[in-house]
Ligand binder design. Structure first.
Ligand code: FES
Length: 84
């Protein structure tokens, strides 16, 4: 089981699963869920290496450094700390 830390909440997420539903429940605004609108932008504070590679959709919307689209992220394992 992997874990997301967001606003001091710890959320368990099965390894390999998309994080979008979990972060939405924790308050992150989600729009299209398809990597198009940019609403779900988050900042990864720790654990970027535990996420999937940046997707084409994220590159198209200029996600660089520690910025990701929450709807495009899958957690591989371990812990990822993020904020929005
Ligand atoms: S919800 Fe639209 S890009 Fe993620």
């Amino acid at each position: 089981m992997a874990k997301i830390v967001l606003n001091e909440q710890e959320i368990d997420v099965p390894d390999g699963e998309k994080i979008v539903e979990h972060i939405e429940e924790a308050g992150v605004p989600i729009g299209c869920s398809n990597g198009v609108c940019g609403t779900c932008e988050v900042e990864i504070l720790e654990g970027m290496e535990n996420l999937n590679e940046v997707t084409e959709e994220e590159e198209d919307l200029g996600m660089e450094g520690n910025k990701r689209l929450g709807c495009q992220c899958k957690i591989k394992s371990g812990t990822v700390t993020l904020e929005y």
